[in-house]
Every structure is written in C-alpha cells, then in structure tokens.
Design a protein around this ligand. Structure first.
Ligand code: UFG
Length: 320
C-alpha cells in the first residue's frame, strides 16, 4: 500500500515505518522534527519535513491509501503543566490532518490513542467498555480525537482504528527510544546502568499496589507495530474501531527496576520521591478485543522489552 506515516521520525513511528517497509509497503514519513530525529527515519522511506497542521498540500494528488498517525505530544506531566501544547498539536493538528485526508480522498487512518483516555479506571484489566475519564490534558486530547474520528466514520465513511497503547518499551535494532529530556521509566532506569546518572527516581511509593509503586502494562514496540499492520488489513469503510494494545500483565515500578537490574547486571540505585502529577495507580490492558478483531497476540515478555531497550541504548552510546 502507499502509506503516509506522521511522526515517523519519532520512537514508535520509526519502528513501525521499518516494519511497514519490511512488509513491502511504500512509505512516506511526514514529521516536523520537533521531538523526532531525521536520522531515525528508516532508509527506503520518503521524507516530508512539515507539521501535520500544514499537511494538506503534501496529501493532495499523492495517491496515499492510508495514514498512520503517530505525530503528537505525548508526555503526561508536560500536559499537566502546559495543556495548550496538547490542544494545539494533538487536537487542532489532527483536525487539519483529517480534513486534508478528506480533501485528498484518503479512506483509512490508524490513530495512536492511549490508555490515558481511561484516567483512573476502577476496572482492571481495562476493556474498551471501561468508561473514559482522562485525568490529564494528554489523555483528554487523545480522547477528543477518538471522538473526532468516530464522527468522520459515521458522516463521511472514513475507516478509522484508534489503537489505545498502554506503556510501550523496547526497540527494533537501530530504531528505539531517544527522547530529550527522557521521562519514561525503562530508559531512565537503564541510563543509570549506562553510567549517565548516579541513581534513578521512583515516583510514588504510597500507591495501593503490592509494593506501593504504580502498576503499568509494558508492551514491546515490535508487538505494538505488528498490530498496526493487522489494523490496516482489518479497516472497514464507515467503521471506527477502538482497540486496546497491551500484554494484559501489570508490573510495578519496583518490578521493572528488578528486571533492569537482572538484564544489565548493574545495581541501579533508586531514590524514592513523591508521586508525579497526573499518574494513575494502575493501567493494565485487556487485549481480548485485539486478539478477536486483529488476530493479534503479544509475543515478547518484559525481560525482552528491557533487553532490547538496553541493546539500543548501548548502540547509541557506542555511536557517540
Ligand atoms: N516512573 C518512575 N521513575 C521514572 C519514570 C517513571 O517512577 O524515572 C514511574 C511513573 O511515575 C509511572 C511509571 O513509572 O508510574 C511509568 O511512567 P512512564 O513515564 O514510563 O509512562 P507513563 O505511564 O507516564 O505514560 C506512558 C506513555 C503515555 C501513555 C501511558 C499509558 O508515555 O503516552 O504510558 O499507559 F498514555
């Protein structure tokens, strides 16, 4: 298929672009490089340097058959401090993109939604029927786009899939997580083992979990990427599907720390700190619908996710 990938210079977008190219698709990446890296765009993909807000001239007459839309602001704590960035980029930007798709008659979109749409859910595991009630502007902005896409499916016959990612980790060879500043748990823990800092920080030890630290569902990025290829195949005109993507297994921050210690052989000292604003206690996916609708199942466990993230970090350090 002839595909447009927004955000293909970022972590998840670059991994999925590499998987799409390996599967034989013709891929063009559109990215403003605000947080992504030009060198992260896989060889073999065309590149357009533009914001999604300005995507219209790049879509018209190009014959794209589908858009995979990764470009977004995606940090919970940033969205608490600066919500305007989230409404402007994630909602206004996506509205411009979806309107450009309509003008260009592009029939299909796969959208990166998030578990943050559910807020502080009572249910665990979280199903797609769990009520949405985001507790930060990041989750609210992604939920707004889910609603936007649903309305376009009903009114304009768009085929849309909102994939609600839980926590994503790991790498695919040279494609991995390279944020600056880095806020995510696994790379922060591994950066201590790599000697970039002296100790990691555990945000919150008073959560109602087995060891007091927050519980998350860490999915390997290549398992996540496979679901996008399957979602493209399963897309149906006029239908908006919302599908959770997670392993179905929850790990506390301390359990992830233990996995990082095992993989790296490093002690990784930890400082205990107060909770981070906007962080829910527990986010664990039910992936029953993904199994049924996409024929998808996660294949890689937490240890592999950590090992591949560690391999990627060592590649980055070796290249410096
Ligand atoms: N944490 C620490 N120390 C750190 C970093 C994180 O203790 O140095 C804790 C956080 O407080 C949280 C957990 O580890 O409890 C996971 O934090 P991450 O920053 O790795 O990920 P988040 O759960 O905040 O968010 C991620 C994505 C979001 C997505 C969410 C859904 O960044 O886009 O998962 O589960 F919405």
């Amino acid at each position: 298929m002839k595909l447009l990938v927004t955000g293909g210079a970022g972590y998840i977008g670059s991994v999925v672009t590499s998987q799409l190219l390996d599967a034989g698709h013709d891929v063009t990446v559109l990215d403003d490089l605000s947080t992504g890296h030009r060198e992260a765009v896989p060889e073999g993909a065309d590149f357009i340097h533009a914001r999604i807000h300005d995507s219209r001239p790049h879509l018209l007459g190009r014959g794209f058959e589908a858009v995979l839309h990764f470009a977004a602001k995606s940090l919970v704590s940033e969205s608490v401090a600066a919500p305007q960035l989230y409404w402007e980029n994630n909602v206004a930007g996506t509205f411009a993109l979806v309107e450009a798709m309509r003008s260009a008659s592009i029939p299909t979109v796969i959208f990166s939604s998030t578990a943050a749409t559910y807020g502080e859910p009572a249910d665990s595991p979280i199903t797609e029927q769990t009520p949405t009630n985001p507790v930060n502007a990041y989750g609210a902005s992604k939920l707004a786009v889910d609603h936007m896409l649903g309305s376009y499916c009903r009114a304009h016959g768009l085929a849309a899939t909102s994939l609600r990612y839980f926590n994503v980790g790991g790498a695919r060879g040279r494609f991995g997580e390279l944020h600056s500043p880095e806020t995510h748990l696994i790379p922060n823990l591994l950066s201590v083992a790599a000697g970039r800092s002296d100790a990691c920080r555990i945000f919150g030890t008073d959560y109602a979990t087995t060891d007091g630290t927050a519980l998350r569902d860490y999915l390997h990025v290549t398992d996540l990427g496979r679901a996008h290829l399957l979602a493209l195949e399963a897309s149906t005109a006029g239908v908006h599907r919302i599908i959770n993507l997670g392993t179905g297994e929850g790990y506390t921050v301390r359990q992830v720390l233990d996995a990082c210690r095992t993989v790296t052989g490093h002690a990784i000292p930890a400082d205990e700190e107060p909770r981070r604003p906007g962080d829910p206690t527990s986010l664990v996916a039910s992936n029953v619908l993904a199994r049924e609708v996409l024929g998808w199942a996660p294949e890689l466990a937490l240890e592999q996710t950590v090992a591949d993230a560690w391999d990627f970090m060592q590649r980055v350090d070796a290249a410096r």
